[in-house]
Ligand binder design. Structure first.
Ligand code: NAD
Ligand code: UD1
Length: 334
């Protein structure tokens, strides 16, 4: 297939580009480079043997996006592009709504105008908001309890896609709800390299390990979990990328929704211990207060992806830590 990845130079997009090229797909990328670097394209080529064609463009530039679709007939779009920092989304909500929702509308308009009818969208477990059970299933209600504008953009885009699919019954929409993507490609050539201050646990652990941040603040050890720290479902980014490849095979008219997670919960303290085991060094850390909006525990029920996509995670928390350290070592040598 000829596939356009929006946001394809970013963390998850670049790993997905590698897996798609390895499977023989033609990959092209559009990204405005707000949170990634063009040098990622050479890294993709080094790993997968082919450099994706690249368009530096903003999804909000409807005319330019339309032109890209008019020039090339894409079989599928995988839509990664978006802003994703939860804290920042609270500070600049309009920018988040404009970029994420406006960008998606602009993309859908260009797709419809140029007869491109398949889209896979990067959603998040955050759309589940607050649930009674920590094990999230696709059939659960979404929306209520989402604690921040970033999460609400994901929920709203899902609703837009559902409405769009009703109005355009021949469109094939797949929504993938990612749990906590972490890790890096085992080559050490690509990984999570956000421009600016990191927000999520693993990038912060990496900054502490390389001395850019003095210590990890563990946000609360008084949660209702066995060791008191929050529990999440961490998924190796290479497993996640393979989930996209699997999802292509089952695209069908209407909207299909899948959780992409391991189904296993791991606490913050367990993540730190696994990192220390892999690095052989203690990680400087302190217990800090709770972070607003954090939930005690959640993890995926991944049964639907297993049954329908024939996909499940294969890599472990130890693999995640080894690959993260390998990536960190290479980055620090640059
Ligand atoms: P990322 O920031 O590394 O990649 C997103 C890319 O989109 C960046 O390269 C950025 O420059 C680009 N972009 C943003 N707005 C754009 C626009 N208007 N036009 C063109 N390009 C634009 O993020 P990621 O971690 O790779 O996440 C990819 C997607 O997955 C995002 O939609 C994110 O919300 C979603 N997601 C990520 C996580 C996670 O923990 N990383 C979890 C759940 C869902
Ligand atoms: C966060 C977002 C979620 C988003 C996801 C992936 C919130 C409330 N949720 O999820 O919407 O989809 O990132 O981008 O922000 N932690 C520390 N110290 C740190 C950083 C994190 O103890 O310095 C803890 C957190 O409290 C949490 C766990 O580590 O329990 C994971 O945090 P993080 O990586 O930010 O992911 P989530 O909070 O699950």
């Amino acid at each position: 297939m000829r596939i356009l990845l929006t946001g394809g130079t970013g963390y998850i997009g670049s790993h997905t580009a590698v897996e798609l090229i390895k499977q023989g797909h033609e990959v092209e990328i559009v990204d405005n480079l707000r949170n990634s670097k063009a040098s990622v394209l050479d890294r993709i080529e080094q790993i997968a043997g082919k450099k994706p064609k690249f368009y530096q463009a903003d999804l909000l530039d409807t005319e330019k996006i339309n032109q890209i679709f008019a020039e090339t007939q894409f079989d599928l779009v995988i839509h990664f592009a978006g802003l994703k920092a939860v804290g920042e989304s609270v500070e600049i909500p309009l920018e988040y709504y404009k970029n994420n929702i406006g960008g998606t509308i602009s993309l859908l308009e260009a797709m419809r105008a140029n007869n491109c009818k398949r889209i896979i969208f990067s959603s998040s477990a955050t759309v589940y908001g607050i649930q009674e059970s920590p094990e999230y299933v696709e059939t659960m209600q979404t929306g209520p309890g989402i604690s921040n504008p970033y999460g609400r953009t994901k929920y709203m885009i899902e609703e837009i896609l559902k409405d769009f699919a009703v109005a355009n019954p021949d469109f094939e929409v797949t929504i993938l709800r990612y749990f906590n993507p972490v890790g890096a490609h085992p080559s050490g050539l690509i990984g999570d390299d956000p421009n600016g201050r990191p927000n999520n646990l693993m990038p912060i652990i990496m900054h502490v390990a390389s001395g850019k941040i003095p210590y990890l603040s563990i946000f609360g050890d008084d949660y209702n979990t066995p060791d008191g720290t929050c529990i999440r479902d961490y998924i190796h980014v290479v497993d996640l990328a393979k989930g996209h490849v699997a999802a292509i095979k089952t695209l069908k008219p209407g909207v299909s929704i899948y959780n992409l997670g391991s189904g296993k919960g791991v606490s913050v303290k367990e993540m730190v211990a696994a990192f220390e085991k892999a690095s052989g060094k203690p990680l400087p850390q302190q217990i800090a207060g709770r972070r607003a909006g954090d939930l005690d525990e959640f993890y995926a029920n991944p049964a639907k992806a297993k049954a329908e996509l024939d996909w499940q995670t294969e890599l472990t928390i130890d693999d995640i830590m080894v690959d993260t350290l390998n990536y960190l070592k290479r980055e620090n040598q640059q």
